[in-house]
Design a protein around this ligand. Structure first.
Ligand SMILES: Nc1nc2c(ncn2[C@@H]2O[C@H](COP(=O)(O)OP(=O)(O)OP(=O)(O)O)[C@@H](O)[C@H]2O)c(=O)[nH]1
Ligand SMILES: [Mg+2]
Ligand SMILES: [Zn+2]
Length: 313
């Protein structure tokens, strides 16, 4: 069915997104519809995107999907597995208040996959289900389906080629989604899925397939990063300075723990990296408040109208 959107939304994030419930009227023998309003969203899964307007370089909230209950974070169990990437997705899920599920796909390609599961469990301090799967050999299907019950909406996220569409096809027991090859030179996917696609499983659950992300910068996830790295946050309570950056200050309990090998150095570095990104993000947002941004855009539109008038009259 075709839809027409009445352009009364003030910001791009107010337009209907995948997962939204909307009020609409059908017309033209039910082949087209007008959307009148978007119902309040239960959850919003976002990332930092680049403003698509020409000449504007600021970052914008890019909504991946809305009203999500479960985020299936898919990683492949082969050499492409990356713990930091997984942590980024987890922070995004926690920031959106959605239930994350870690899916370790392609276990058929790694005979040591159980070690990988242990590694993930020892790194993560939050209790998140990890499901080992193989879309190729139909492994892990019942366990995943036990989460994707009727009444739930879930979204599959992860890099290109990890098998998101293959997993959904496996759940559906038919090839409804296009699946792509892996590049032999890069060992990565070729961005086969190009747009988000929502479908209903025979079990009743709604699933959304998404295109593989090239990079993921989180949107407003500072508290979520703290939640993900609780041991470091707990340690930092004993730092001498309240605003300790845990990099060079005397009396830093985090650095002490690092030197005494009580925390994983990679975890520590990643925590600092993500906190740094979030700090930059909130500083920028403080500078450009949404009202200011709206005002700026409105003034620009007026200037454009004046310019156009001058050109035509
Ligand atoms: N060996 C193996 N290959 C798999 C498995 N799951 C998917 N593949 C293969 O991995 C390739 C990529 O699968 P897709 O399902 O297209 O991956 P995707 O995550 O949807 O990728 P994008 O749509 O590009 O984001 C295909 O060649 C699949 O056949 C698995 O469990 N084991
Ligand atoms: Mg796909
Ligand atoms: Zn410190």
């Amino acid at each position: 069915m075709g839809t027409k959107i009445l352009k009364s939304a003030a910001t791009p994030s107010e337009f209907p997104k995948v997962g939204d419930w909307v009020a609409f009227t059908q017309y033209n023998s039910e082949s087209e519809a007008v959307i009148h309003s978007v119902l309040p969203r239960k959850t919003t899964l976002s990332r930092k995107g680049v403003d698509p307007r020409p000449g504007v370089s600021s970052s914008v909230e890019q909504i991946i999907a809305t009203n999500i209950d479960i985020i299936c974070i898919v990683q492949s169990a082969d050499q492409n597995f990356n713990i930091r990437r997984l942590e980024r997705y987890l922070a995004m899920a926690l920031a959106a208040n959605c239930q994350p599920l870690v899916i370790l796909n392609k276990i058929d390609l790694n005979s040591q996959w159980e070690d990988l599961v242990r590694k993930i469990k020892s790194r993560l301090t939050v209790d998140i289900p990890i499901i080992a799967m193989s879309a190729k050999d139909s492994l892990g299907k019942d366990e995943l389906l036990s989460y994707l019950k009727q009444g739930t909406t879930s979204v599959f996220v992860g890099s290109s080629g990890v098998g998101k569409s293959s997993l959904i096809n496996m759940l559906q027991e038919e090839d409804v989604l296009k699946v792509g090859e892996i590049s032999e030179t890069l060992g990565k996917g070729k961005h086969t899925t190009t747009h988000r696609e929502l479908l209903q499983l025979s079990s009743g659950g709604i699933v959304i397939d998404t295109p593989g992300m090239r990079e993921l910068f989180m949107w407003d996830a500072d508290d979520a990063v703290d939640e993900l790295f609780t041991p470091i946050v707990e340690l930092s309570k004993a730092c001498k300075f309240k605003n300790c950056s845990h990099t060079s200050e005397p009396g830093c309990a985090v650095i002490d723990a690092l030197e005494n090998e009580e925390i994983d150095p990679d975890m520590y570095e990643h925590y600092l990296q993500l906190k740094g990104e979030q700090r930059k993000f909130s500083n920028k947002r403080k500078k450009v408040s949404p009202e200011k941004e709206r005002h700026k855009r409105f003034s620009k539109q007026i200037r454009q109208v004046v310019r156009d008038k001058e050109r035509w009259y």
